[in-house]
Design a protein around this ligand. Structure first.
Ligand SMILES: Cc1cc2nc3c(=O)[nH]c(=O)nc-3n(C[C@H](O)[C@H](O)[C@H](O)COP(=O)(O)OP(=O)(O)OC[C@H]3O[C@@H](n4cnc5c(N)ncnc54)[C@H](O)[C@@H]3O)c2cc1C
Length: 454
């Protein structure tokens, strides 16, 4: 059965697929009702939306393997989905009734802590909040944190190599992954989950699956590192500043001291919208063009005259930027990384783009990582395409990366060549073709679909 043949006229083939999948996971875990599947087919931003043929909810690795065998047999594209908080359209279908969404949310088991390596085996469907709660319960901490913590899953964070709020001090998801269990498109299970501090045995397939955006297989579980809790709570300082140059200078100063675990920037329009949408009060004496939030082991070195407050509740002003902007309309988002020193010039150039003139451009940033999130709301497709081209080309010219922490998804496949050489893209495609010869895993994500492929 080809993907095209499953629409409308080929209802018997769809019924056959659904009954095969139901025999594996149970009829109640194969959802075909469009009233329900619609939410699995629409991403968090609402920019991408299409109905899946079915949503399948396996509960074990063996069930995932059987589901992928069936989809391979029928040559049906598969979209893996965790919490559906991704921001580049990678976790949802892109045309109606052509693919199966495999939801990992029932893969939510925890193994025991391995005290010697301070690692734990967790299911791909465990949410970040559940992982933080587990880590706290054993007196430890998971290093990665991000605002979508209540929904984002371990499988999704591994597949996007999620970054978040503390990369500057504690690293990204890749650095927390000791091992991964995953199912390849033909149903083969690869598993490297032993709690071994040293284990060199050739290619690191766990790290290959990390950041693969569901294009090579489905991550079903992972062994993740936990770290010590800080000996005393960090200082969270929000400071108002006249410009981005001052924020970069303050960051540079604080980076030279030990214990910097967060350096987050947002601007006046971000403060206004987060206060308005989330009902937050004015946190400082006055309003400022730029705000920098620092999380540090020692109090930051600020001048007497600085307008600043030390209060961990200041995180909320940064944490809720994405939510607040999305409440004002459908956000167009670009997530890019730049050398920190060029960010002021880059932002001047951004402001000068004709499509940014007269529009509110929300920029918030994991400044410590040089990672900017650029947001405009309710723009039409033509403007979005022009901004993709102009902004991402400028990012490449400034020596940056077009995909910092959200992934390439479907949004940036056409621009991957700005951050990866033709040779690197060819090597990636060779890996993809070897592990997924039928091209059923998340087609169109990360690598552009080639002529002659589905
Ligand atoms: C308010 C908000 C704030 C955010 N802040 C940050 C941030 O600070 N840093 C950051 O990095 N991201 C951030 N994100 C983006 C998002 O939360 C991350 O990309 C997260 O890792 C996605 O996890 P998920 O479970 O929702 O994945 P999904 O959205 O379900 O999927 C994301 C991608 O991973 C694939 N995938 C999912 N699960 C699996 C699996 N088990 N096996 C194989 N492939 C899989 C999907 O096919 C898709 O390509 C934010 C999002 C929101 C809405």
């Amino acid at each position: 059965m080809s993907a095209a043949s499953t629409t409308g006229s080929d209802q018997p083939a769809v019924n056959d697929l659904v009954s095969s999948l139901s025999a594996i996971v149970g009829r109640e875990h194969v959802v075909v009702d469009p009233q329900i599947t619609a939410s699995f087919g629409t991403d968090w931003t609402r920019a991408w939306s299409a109905l899946p043929l079915a949503v399948v909810r396996p509960a074990t690795t063996e069930q995932v393997a059987e589901v992928l065998r069936i989809c391979s047999h029928h040559r049906i594209p598969v979209v893996p989905q965790g919490g559906n908080t991704g921001l580049v359209g990678g976790g949802v279908p892109h045309s109606d009734h052509t693919c199966v969404v495999v939801s990992t949310l029932r893969l939510n088991q925890f193994g025991a802590l391995d005290a010697a390596t301070r690692t734990v085996e967790v299911g791909a469907g465990v949410t970040l909040t559940q992982l933080h709660t587990f880590a706290r319960s054993v007196g430890l901490r998971y290093a990665v944190d991000l605002a979508a913590r209540d929904s984002a899953t371990v499988g999704g964070m591994i597949s996007t190599n999620a970054g978040g709020l503390r990369v500057v001090g504690l690293g990204d998801t890749r650095q927390q992954v000791m091992g991964v269990e995953a199912v390849l498109p033909d149903g083969t299970v690869i598993r490297r989950m032993d709690p071994l501090a040293k284990d060199n045995g050739g290619y690191n397939l766990s790290q290959l699956m990390t950041g693969a955006e569901g294009t090579l297989g489905i991550v079903t579980a992972a062994r993740l590192r936990l770290i010590e809790q800080p000996t005393s709570p960090p200082f969270v300082t929000l400071v108002g500043l006249p410009d981005v140059e001052s924020a970069v200078a303050l960051l540079t100063q604080e980076r030279a001291r030990p214990g910097l675990t967060g350096a987050e920037l947002f601007r006046a329009e971000g403060m206004r919208v987060v206060r308005q949408v989330c009902g937050l009060s004015q946190p400082l004496r006055s309003e400022h063009p730029v705000y920098l939030l620092l999380e540090t082991a020692e109090l930051p070195n600020l001048p007497e005259s600085a307008d600043a407050v030390v209060d961990e509740r200041m995180w909320e002003y940064r944490d809720r930027q994405a939510e607040a902007v999305a409440a004002t309309g459908i956000p167009f988002k670009l997530d890019v990384c730049l050398p920190v020193s060029v960010i002021p010039d880059f932002l001047d150039e951004l402001a000068g783009l004709p499509d940014c003139q007269g529009r509110e451009v929300h920029v918030y940033a994991h400044l410590g990582d040089g990672n900017l999130h650029i947001n405009l709301v309710n723009i039409d497709q033509a403007i979005g395409e022009r901004l993709d081209q102009q902004v991402l080309t400028a990012v490449a010219r400034y020596g940056g990366s077009i995909a910092a922490e959200h992934g390439v998804g479907v949004h940036k496949t056409a621009w991957l060549h700005l951050s990866r050489s033709a040779e690197e893209i060819a090597a990636m495609r060779a890996i993809k073709t070897t592990l997924d010869p039928l091209g059923i895993m998340n087609p169109g994500v990360l690598l552009p679909v080639e002529e002659g492929q589905r």
